[in-house]
Design a protein around this ligand. Structure first.
Ligand SMILES: [Zn+2]
Length: 409
């Protein structure tokens, strides 16, 4: 295996979760008698450029199918974040009706709708047909394709050279990160700005967030690696902010390095120094992560077995990727975890990949009254605890497994 960015063959250990099915391949009731495809889920770190990356086992078409069930607009707090971003960027970079805003991985138009609402022309790039259709219903123009240098050149020729490009939670999901980043350098106007949000590797390691690992996630990013990858592909990082999303994310601001219209702020050097201080330039930092993942897995499994011995019924909330990684690494099945509640009607009636835990509507919670509810998307726990606060009526308690097993009072 060679590094996706620098082609080095020196790749050290980071995380080995054995095998798992793709986390979005929910099982339909009529397919329960059929086998599932499990692929190795092994993540390594490049000893040269420090890009943390999955080993390649399947094509991206396997993971971004027509059945892709994740719609951004289902999360109310994420919509608030998108709205605030649109207002901030419009003000900071003086966007108006003569500007062009392009979002890569526009999903269902959750973000572009706010630019469109202010009369700023915008375009979305989105490879998934179901979410692209939802964006078009909002009146947003969508190019249904994977983004890279070729598509960027084509769009720039067609009048879509951009003042602002946004890429939220997609940089870590592209197999060819060099081609993807070059696309931004090709498509930005000389003074244009691109912003990228992605979960910060620093938090993943500090908080034992091993369950953010899944096949669709090709890279786990530090600013150290991103700064180098961008520079090699025509972009310069000029600012960085932290956001609380997905357990702690970075928002990186970049411009074309040929022009460098935007001076580099101190924030960049400060973040690089913070990463160096944490040990992110040394192999030992990465090699120690496996043990942290196994500790979380063992504590969680022990808790689930204990509940069964005590006769306590356990359910879970949130049928998403994080949960699938945790449940499949722990080898859990419906005998220990009766059901998982999800408010997305498209997932209800299906089964989680691998563990085959049934996905049900929230009404099942009040009917079954489980004594313990495991919040799988721990990053949304504040919101979920409020939404389901009524489980205390029957003595129910919330549980989170990451970073350490916690029974919430
Ligand atoms: Zn490398």
């Amino acid at each position: 295996m060679k590094c996706r960015h620098c082609q080095s063959e020196h790749l050290g250990p980071f995380l080995d979760l054995g095998t798992a099915p793709p986390s979005n391949s929910y099982v339909k009731p009529e397919d329960r008698a059929k086998p599932e495809l499990w692929y190795p889920l092994v993540i390594r770190v490049c000893e040269e450029c420090r890009l943390v990356q999955t080993e390649d086992f399947a094509s991206r078409e396997t993971f971004f199918s027509e059945n892709y069930a994740y719609f951004s607009s289902f999360s109310g707090s994420w919509l608030g974040h998108a709205k605030a971003y649109a207002a901030d960027m419009t003000r900071r970079f003086g966007l108006d009706a003569s500007s062009r805003v392009v979002e890569v991985a526009a999903n269902d138009g959750y973000l572009l709708q706010y630019f469109q609402g202010s009369g700023i022309p915008c375009l979305g790039v989105e490879p998934t047909a179901s979410t692209a259709a939802a964006a078009r219903e909002k009146g947003i123009e969508i190019v249904e394709d994977f983004f890279g240098e070729d598509l960027a050149l084509k769009l720039a020729t067609n009048g879509w050279s951009a003042d602002l490009m946004a890429a939220n939670n997609v940089l870590a999901h592209v197999p060819d990160i060099n081609d993807f980043v070059r696309g931004f350098a090709r498509m930005l106007k000389p003074q244009g700005v691109a912003t990228f949000e992605f979960p910060h590797l620093y938090n993943m390691v500090a908080e034992a967030q091993f369950d953010t690992a899944y096949h669709e996630h090709y890279s786990y990013l530090s600013l150290t690696a991103v700064d180098r990858i961008f520079a090699a592909n025509g972009l310069e990082v000029f600012d960085v902010e932290t956001t609380p999303w997905h357990g702690g994310s970075l928002r990186v601001f970049a411009c074309r390095s040929a022009e460098a219209h935007h001076p580099r702020r101190d924030t960049v050097a400060l973040m690089l120094a913070k990463e160096a201080e944490a040990g992110m330039l040394e192999s030992a930092y990465y090699a120690g992560f496996q043990q942290a993942a196994e500790r979380v897995r063992n504590d969680f499994l022990e808790f689930m077995i204990d509940c069964q011995r005590q006769g306590l019924k356990v359910a879970a909330y949130g049928a998403a990727a994080k949960g699938n990684t945790l449940l499949n690494f722990a080898g859990l099945k419906p005998d220990l975890l009766s059901f998982v509640v999800d408010k997305n009607p498209a997932k209800q009636g299906l089964f989680l990949p691998g563990s085959r835990v049934p996905i049900v509507a929230e009404s099942v919670l009040s009917a079954e009254k489980p004594e313990r509810v495991v919040i799988l998307p721990w990053n949304l726990q504040t919101e979920i605890k409020q939404q389901l606060s009524y489980i205390s009526d029957w003595g129910g308690k919330f549980v989170t497994a990451v970073p350490t097993l916690t029974l919430h009072p």
